[in-house]
Structures are given as C-alpha cells and as structure tokens.
Design a protein around this ligand. Structure first.
Ligand SMILES: Nc1nc2c(ncn2[C@@H]2O[C@H](COP(=O)(O)OP(=O)(O)O)[C@@H](O)[C@H]2O)c(=O)[nH]1
Ligand SMILES: [Mg+2]
Length: 349
C-alpha cells in the first residue's frame, strides 16, 4: 500500500515525509523525482500489548510513502508543470495533500486558496485523461461503427462535466460496473485523500481547520518541522518533549493513522513471547483472509480464530483473565475481523 504526499512547492512535504519515514531527504529543494520510503504505522495499542506480553520484539505495521515533487499552479502565469509531476501520484493508493499554513517569509500563507488551487490541478490532470479517452472512443466509433462498452461514453461525459467544474470524481456515486470500468485509469480525484494543514509552532487557526473539514476531507493539523525534529530525538527525550507540550503523541503519528484509515486499512494483532505484531487487513476482511496475511498456510488450513478484542484484553489485564471472563471467543470462517482484534489462528495443513 502506498500513499502519495503532494501539494504546492515548499509547503513542507519533504519535511513531513522525513518525520514519517526517518528518511532524512533534503528539504528546501525543488527536485523532479519523487522520494520513496517505508514508514511504520505507530500504534499505542501495540505498545501496550508489548508492555503486557514483554516479547523479544515488537513489529509495527508499515506503509510506503511517496514524496511527490511539488508543483506550481499551471494556467495563466504558472509554469504548467502540475500535470507532469502529478503523474508520480497516479499509482499510489491514497493521497495526503500538504497545505502551507506557516509564514515562510516569502509569501503570506493562503491555505484556502492553496486547497482550491490543488483541487483544480488534480481535476485538470484527470480531465486530460478523460478528454483523451473520449477522443479515442469517438475515433474508434467513426472507424468501426461501434464502441466496446456502451457504459463508457455516458460515464466519461459525466466525468468530464464534473471535472470541468473542478469537482473531484470521488464525490460521484458509481455502481460496481462503473468502478470496474474506471479502475485502470488511476484517476487522482477518485483516490481517498486527507488534508495535512502544516502550521508553525503555534499550530493552525481554527477557522482554517474548519474550512478544510468543510471540504469533506479528513484533516490533520501539525507543524511538520517540529515533527521532523521529534523524529530525531531518542524515545526518552521525545516523551519529555511531548509531556512539556501536554500531548500524548506526535501529530505525525495521528496523520499516519488517519491515512491508514482513509485507505480502508485496519490492524489486527498477534501476541506472544517472541513478538507482538500488528498486521494489516482491508476493512471487512474475514478471518481466513487475515490468517493469510500472516502466512498462506494459515489461510489454507484455517480452522478457527481465537479472538479477543483489544479493549476486553486490556480490561481483563492478562490473557488468562480474559479467558476466565469468557472474552476470548472462537470465531469461524465467516467472522469479519475487527480493528484491534488479537487473533490466534488455529490451523492444520
Ligand atoms: N515554519 C515552518 N517551516 C516549515 C515547516 N515545514 C517545512 N518548513 C520549511 O519550509 C521549507 C520547505 O520545506 P520542504 O519540506 O522542503 O517543502 P516541500 O517543497 O513541500 O517538500 C523548508 O525550509 C522547511 O524547513 C513548518 O511546519 N513550519
Ligand atoms: Mg520536497
């Protein structure tokens, strides 16, 4: 699973990328190539499971991040490079747009304008694909007297109208056939997106947060620069720093989880003396699919999943107590795994 970080130039994308992945990429640069790295998904629940089971190691879930080169708005006065740079975001599964809310001493921040501009650029990049496709269909029709899929022309006309208004395709309701039809086009505005409001040390103005929420997106506000510095501290120093700020965890952690969630991803855990580990499944996955994430043998030979909810285990205080309280259930093949479930797969191959 990949998430693309995108936005205008010098909004703090690479700074955020560093905070999330620890990659240490150069900031304050233009650049034309994306940065890529894997980042852990922080999860306080897993930390507490580790404290309970004291395993040899803890393994967090992870996601891949792509730091897409920033662009200038195209159109009048702009350099028109947006569409080209946005190509780097086509193959990712979700988008995180960084919006500059801090004063960089060069230009006054204009978060609302920036959100509109980027929304428009994304729509324009998709519109180009839609128009190319419509042109192609018209040519095919003229040449062969028919089109392959009669669903396609009306759908693409609908897409064109939507995008011409600068509206994201994800606002449309699509049926199963339509979703299947468009899946190969990698439309940017169909991808789940979260907005990252990047402020200074004093945070982001509440009205800016409200304006972003009004766009219907998941919003995280933070100061990427502080987050990057936090990432460079030892665990103890970080805990002290956060205590001084009066917060439990770095904003970048919240941002990673919001992205993970927006992608439709959920975590389940396995626990034991060797390791406590978070695994990733898509929302709605059934127990055998979750077993398969651990190992294909566990899916093939799946018998039952010994399951306890995270909260129930914590309330009981130990696995033995949770069993006594009948909080540990045996679930079968039709069980839909819940976020935070602790699973022990019984299998036979
Ligand atoms: N004050 C402040 N400066 C930041 C913040 N995030 C990034 N910057 C600075 O803004 C400049 C551009 O950051 P960079 O991450 O390279 O932006 P990018 O072009 O979007 O990748 C750098 O000088 C950063 O130190 C922030 O949250 N607050
Ligand atoms: Mg950058």
């Amino acid at each position: 699973m990949e998430i693309g970080i995108l936005g205008l130039k010098f909004t703090g994308k690479t700074t955020l990328y560093n905070a999330i992945t620890g990659a240490g990429a150069a900031t304050g640069q233009g650049g034309v190539d994306p940065n890529r790295a894997v980042g852990q998904v922080p999860d306080p629940r897993l930390d507490l499971l580790t404290a309970m089971f004291k395993p040899k190691r803890q393994i967090n879930a992870s996601i891949e991040w792509v730091d897409v080169p920033g662009f200038e708005p195209s159109g009048e006065g702009g350099v028109g490079d947006a569409t080209k740079f946005l190509e780097h975001a086509r193959r990712v599964d979700a988008l995180a747009q960084v919006v500059r809310c801090f004063d960089n001493g060069v230009a006054t921040p204009d978060p609302k304008g920036e959100m509109e501009t980027v929304a428009l650029e994304l729509a324009l990049a998709d519109l180009q694909i839609v128009e190319n496709r419509i042109e192609r269909m018209n040519k095919d029709k003229a040449r062969m007297g028919k089109i392959d899929n009669p669903l396609e022309p009306p759908l693409f006309e609908r897409f064109r109208e939507t995008l011409e208004e600068g509206t994201a395709l994800r606002t449309l309701t699509l049926n199963k056939d339509e979703i299947k039809l468009v899946s190969g086009f990698s439309f940017l505005t169909l991808k789940p997106m979260i907005l990252v409001l990047n402020g200074d040390e004093h945070g982001v103005a509440p009205e800016t947060v409200e304006a972003a929420r009004a766009l219907g997106a998941e919003v995280v506000d933070m100061c990427a620069k502080v987050e990057e510095e936090l990432g460079e501290l030892s665990e103890e120093e970080r805990a002290e720093f956060l205590a001084d700020l009066g917060i439990d965890e770095p904003a970048a952690h919240r941002m990673v989880r919001a992205s993970y969630h927006a992608l439709g991803l959920r975590s389940f855990f396995t626990v034991g003396e060797d390791e406590c580990r978070a695994w990733t499944v898509r929302a709605g996955a059934l127990a055998p699919e979750a077993a398969g994430v651990i190992h294909s043998d566990l899916q093939r030979g799946f018998i039952r999943a010994e399951t306890v909810a995270y909260d129930a285990l914590m309330a009981a205080g130990s696995m033995a107590e949770a069993k006594k309280a009948n909080s540990v259930r045996l679930e079968g093949k039709a069980y839909e795994v819940q976020d935070g479930d602790i699973l022990n797969i019984r299998f036979s191959v």
